[in-house]
Design a protein around this ligand. Structure first.
Ligand code: P6P
Length: 358
């Protein structure tokens, strides 16, 4: 019997493919998220432990949300609260829970001065009495929540900035509306068949899988990389009538006989992005007649995922510009998003740029 309580039995090892054996070894080596945070802190003493505190509180909130999502059906947590949020969407009970869990975990930790959330109309500025900290936290607390009641994968997406205003002074909107090039960390947590956090602090991308039996995230996907090319695209074909000729031409091109592409679309950005990050794929959500600015949010959806994509060797644009060079002009600004393996992202973007010029 392996000493680790949840590792497969020895007889299961023999049948395990090499990749699974590698992951098991890492699992048994006990490379936890906590150890990763400690090692990152040792490499950056200038952060004085505040960055570590922030990451540990994100981990805590993620575990709380994971536990609640996994029992939502049993706790009557499906459905909406009857309220409508700033997006004009019915607030799902789990949206509200996730939003509060992350805000409660972060606002007393002395590491954050402001929190921007998809669920809140304006920023939450941490009061000085709570020791307002040096970081700004931007999040979509539960992306894909329209899929909650059908048990499709949903997730939390977040980006972290260093504040611009001096510590000890009130934070302002100028600390929050910043270009993606100033992001210091970004990640997401997918709540699906398992719970996994994918995180980058600017030195590559690592995936940590939650072992709920011990309440720890373990390094399961070290150094996630995107190859230059892929053969999978994610787009909602229901909006084809909104597409420009150049965009439609590219989609029809990959669908042509013999091209060998597949299409996958869950309708949960974090789930579609996660699959594409691990297996290769390009996600495309251009502006539509329904959302002429694009549907997805720049600050707490597109920018963090673009940071991760580029850290993994991929690319992200709004169809014309590099996403990370964009600066939101409002908390809930929307954008088009084309993100994934660099080859197809650059190919589609070149076509759309040329179309714009013509
Ligand atoms: P559509 C979920 O509501 C969401 O905001 C993203 O998670 C997802 O990628 C997108 O909307 C799906 O939008 O218009 O294809 O249903």
């Amino acid at each position: 019997m392996s000493e680790h309580p949840t590792a497969p039995e020895a007889h299961e090892d023999a049948a395990m493919p090499p990749e699974g054996r590698r992951r098991l070894e890492q699992f048994e080596e006990g490379i936890t998220l906590d150890r990763f945070i400690t090692e990152t802190a040792q490499a950056h003493p200038e952060n004085k432990g505040k960055f570590s505190a922030l990451l540990r509180q994100i981990s805590l909130a993620s575990r709380l949300v994971s536990a609640r999502v996994n029992r939502a059906g049993l706790l009557g947590m499906f459905g909406d609260t009857g309220d409508v949020n700033v997006q004009g969407e019915f607030v799902q009970k789990l949206d509200e829970y996730a939003n509060n869990a992350f805000k409660r975990a972060l606002d007393h930790a002395g590491c954050v001065c402001a929190i921007a959330s998809e669920e809140d109309e304006g920023p939450y500025y941490v009061p000085e009495r709570f020791h307002s900290g040096r970081y700004v936290f931007c999040m979509d607390p539960l992306d894909g929540s329209s899929n909650i009641d059908v048990n499709a994968t949903i997730g939390t997406i977040f980006a972290v900035y260093r504040r611009q205003s001096p510590e000890g002074t009130p934070a302002s909107i100028d600390d929050i509306l910043r270009p993606g090039t100033e992001i210091v960390a970004a990640g997401y947590v997918v709540y699906g068949s398992g719970t996994m956090m994918v995180l980058s602090t600017g030195e590559g991308v690592n995936g940590f899988t939650l072992d709920p039996s011990v309440g720890e995230f373990f390094l399961s996907h070290p150094d996630i990389r995107l190859k230059p090319e892929c053969k999978l695209y994610s787009v909602n074909e229901g909006y084809a009538s909104s597409w420009t000729p150049a965009f439609r031409g590219w989609i029809e091109g990959v669908k042509a006989p013999g091209q060998g592409w597949s299409q996958r679309y869950i309708g949960s950005l974090v789930a579609d992005f996660h699959r594409n990050l691990l297996k290769g794929g390009i996600f495309l959500y251009p502006p539509t007649k329904k959302n002429p600015e694009g549907k997805l949010r720049l600050l707490y959806e597109a920018l963090p995922l673009a940071f991760l994509a580029e850290q993994a060797g991929g690319a992200a644009t709004n169809g014309h510009q590099r996403i990370l060079e964009l600066c939101p002009d409002a908390l809930h600004a929307r954008t088009g998003l084309i993100i994934g393996n660099s080859g197809p992202v650059e190919e589609v973007t070149a076509l759309l740029r040329a179309e714009l010029r013509s």
